[in-house]
Design a protein around this ligand. Structure first.
Ligand SMILES: [Cu+2]
Length: 102
């Protein structure tokens, strides 16, 4: 997550059981917040700060923000596409994790 206000890469493909680490590389803090309505059926919700839903994550921000050199990790146990965003930069800072069956 960069000071250019983006997720690099914007789309990342992994396998079921893989863990993704998001790192803030610049000075600007970000969040990793899943779009709850768009998750695959039966998938666990994920958000930096460990919130169990999107509205809780939105309301609590800046709790859950990921600052310089901090890491948020999530392990994907369900196949499908997982769209997510950064709460303070939602207008342009969005990404997708594609989880493939292995
Ligand atoms: Cu951001």
């Amino acid at each position: 997550m960069t000071d250019g206000l983006d997720f690099e890469p914007q789309t990342l493909t992994v396998g079921v059981g893989d863990t993704v680490d998001w790192v803030t590389t610049g000075a600007v803090a970000h969040s990793v917040t899943a779009y709850e309505e768009d998750l695959p059926e039966g998938a666990a919700y994920f958000a930096s700060g460990g919130f169990d839903g999107e509205s809780a994550a939105r309301q609590a921000y800046p709790e859950g923000s990921v600052g310089r050199d901090e890491v948020y990790s999530h392990t994907f146990e369900t196949a499908g596409e997982f769209p997510y965003f950064c709460i303070p930069h939602e207008s342009g800072m969005v990404g997708t994790i594609v989880v493939e069956s292995v």
